[in-house]
Design a protein around this ligand. Structure first.
Ligand SMILES: [Cu+2]
Length: 96
């Protein structure tokens, strides 16, 4: 049972990674970081792959470790996609 669950989780994250490669990079300003919940609030530009205009909203982080190096006020570039039904930041880096 445990092994089945592990396989499901691994294949789920592989699917997410494959989708992320196609996702366009979007610019955003960090509004809030919640490392405990693995969530980040971004004031983001249009996200074409999610058919979304610019707005401020909360995203789940694909990996909470992604949030360690960013803080409110930072300019970032990110990709987002729907992973297991949740809008998720799949890549995140500080804008230079
Ligand atoms: Cu949005």
């Amino acid at each position: 049972m445990r092994r089945l669950l592990t396989i499901a989780l691994v294949s789920g994250s592989l699917a997410g990674a494959a989708l992320a490669q196609d996702a366009p990079v979007v610019s955003a300003t960090v509004k809030k970081v919640d490392t405990a919940q693995g969530k980040i609030t971004l004031d983001h530009g249009p996200i074409k792959n999610l058919d979304m205009d610019g707005m401020t909203m909360v995203f789940k982080a694909a990996d909470p470790a992604m949030l360690k190096d960013v803080k409110a006020g930072d300019k970032v570039k990110f990709t987002a996609d729907r992973v297991n039904g949740q809008i998720t930041v799949t890549k995140l880096q500080k804008a230079k």
